[in-house]
Ligand binder design. Structure first.
Ligand code: F6P
Length: 500
């Protein structure tokens, strides 16, 4: 069936760089959201016609945005919006990354932050303008040709994440009565917070964000916990009419409905896992095998504790390193017999908090090596240069995978690791990751703030008998493979069908 799909997200599936000679080269955008949407769209096949609207993130992107529409390399049309740099900076760095990301991950150092003063009001105006630019672009796309009815299959609009909370309502208002057989979905890849924390936002801002998402027909989350917190905020902050059904199993499925301003929004859980076959095939490629060989030569037959993260505050890398230090301190039997491969790749370096956090990671990693290093053993290898094939190789070799975020919408590494692992890995997993909802039974769950408990879990994971590690690893991999991007995106599209 013909299907017209519009996707809107801040970061797009491709981003550009200028070469020394001024030429432009495109690279696939990073992160779990991109992987889920791009692979999910690819699985729709040739009968679906999809356009992905994203922001130009750099000068190179802006040059492309002004010259032409582009493609993600898999036949999906990509339209980059050339939003004025000051508007983009305030909307992305100040509102989305400094206020909303911190809010949704509960990262505020509350004696000092947040401070919503006059400067924030200017930032908020920019966030409004940024969301309006997306709503205008979506409206334009929706009104072209047969798009509004989308032909036989109908038009589906999938709006992603906290950058674009206002866009669903703005789009609904712009299209007015012209909806035909169209549906709007909003999906939040982050956690959501309970009303008490949410109320830190200025009242008008808090209400506007919820009202914006409720312009959608369906609001999606990775885990029931986040969907329930969203329902709680709609009831407590907006006084909206909220009905709850709860989720029978781990998802996907609806958990409730919100009726507000005469419109009903279904709130649902769609867990995002991995395409296990594609991931394993990628891991068989020569570049990954070469990295695996190099890592093995560097670490010998020692056990490997692996982590792969973007260096960002919610990932809790510093406490993870502190737990490794405590392990070596309190269980000297592991000294010389284990290596921690900590891959912590750059993220959002425009923000001072992120730069300071990166420094803290480097400093603690250096201290651990200084404290425990011997003539023939480096206890910790910290890599800060993003290298995807090397990350896959490390996951393939891992005995233990450490994923200990303070909070996380889902966490794909917790799912990719067990799928890639060659001998079955033990997973030490934060109970605050969305992935804990599906992986809890076979992981070793930890409170991410409890360094001692995390050190204990690392010890348990290292000494886990082979048979148990393989059994748990296989179960984790099977769970991760149960919700591939095709199912995640296909389920959302199906739920937006008229009459569903
Ligand atoms: O994919 C994970 C994620 O946390 C998404 O929620 C979000 O859209 C994205 O990362 C944001 O990352 P960045 O600021 O690097 O684009």
């Amino acid at each position: 069936m013909n299907q017209r799909v519009l996707v809107a997200s801040n970061r797009g599936p491709v981003s550009y760089q200028f070469g020394a000679d001024g030429s432009l080269t495109g690279r696939r955008g990073g992160g779990g959201m991109i992987a889920g949407v791009a692979d999910g769209l690819a699985a729709l096949g040739p009968e679906a016609s999809a356009t992905w609207i994203c922001a130009a993130l750099s000068d190179a992107d802006r040059a492309v945005a002004r010259a032409r529409d582009t493609s993600d390399g898999n036949g999906i049309a990509v339209r980059m919006l050339d939003i004025a740099p000051d508007i983009f900076d305030r909307a992305y760095n100040r509102v989305a990354n400094s206020a909303l990301w911190f809010l949704l991950h509960q990262l505020f150092d509350t004696p000092n932050q947040p401070r919503f003063g006059r400067e924030f009001r200017r930032d908020w105006e920019a966030y409004l303008a940024y969301n309006a630019a997306f709503a205008d672009a979506l409206t334009g796309e929706a009104q072209t040709g047969e798009a509004l009815t989308g032909g036989e299959g109908g038009l589906r609009v999938l709006i992603q994440d906290y950058h674009l909370c206002l866009a669903p309502r703005l789009l609904r208002d712009r299209l007015g009565g012209q909806w035909g057989e169209a549906g709007i979905g909003h999906f939040c890849h982050t956690p959501w917070v309970p009303p008490d924390y949410y109320r830190m936002l200025p009242d008008d801002v808090g209400r506007a964000l919820l009202d914006g998402i409720l312009g959608a027909d369906r609001a999606g989350f990775h885990a029931e916990r986040w969907a329930t917190a969203f329902l709680d905020c709609c009831a407590a902050v907006l006084g909206a009419d909220v009905s709850r059904t709860g989720l029978a199993g781990p998802g996907p499925g609806p958990v409730g409905r919100v009726t507000y301003r005469g419109h009903v929004t279904e709130v649902a859980v769609h867990p995002l896992g991995v395409d296990a076959a594609a991931l394993r095939e990628r891991a068989r490629a020569g570049d990954v095998r070469a990295h695996a060989g190099a890592l093995r030569r560097a670490t010998g037959d020692r056990k490997l504790i692996v982590r792969v993260d973007r260096t960002e505050l919610s990932k809790n890398i510093v406490r993870g390193l502190a737990a490794y230090r405590e392990l070596l301190d309190t269980r000297p039997q592991w000294r010389g017999r284990v290596v921690h491969l900590a891959f912590a790749y750059p993220s959002r370096s425009a923000l001072a908090e992120y730069r300071a956090y990166t420094d803290q990671v480097r400093e603690l990693a250096g201290q651990i090596n200084e404290e425990f290093r011997t003539a023939d053993w480096d206890p910790l290898v910290l890599e800060v240069k993003d290298d995807y094939p090397r990350s896959l190789a490390a996951c393939a070799l891992a005995d233990v995978l450490l994923v200990n975020p303070i909070r996380d919408g889902m966490n794909l590494v917790a799912q990719e690791g067990p799928v890639l692992s060659e001998r079955g890995c033990a997973l030490v997993l934060s109970r605050e990751a969305g992935a804990a909802a599906t992986l809890a039974a076979d992981a070793l769950l930890v409170n991410p703030y409890d360094v001692t408990e995390t050190a204990d879990a690392l010890h348990r994971a290292l000494e886990m008998p082979d048979a148990e590690r393989q059994r748990r690893g296989a179960a984790l991999a099977a769970t991760a493979a149960a919700d591939p991007p095709a199912r995640w995106l296909g389920g959302q599209l199906a739920s937006l069908r008229p009459g569903s």
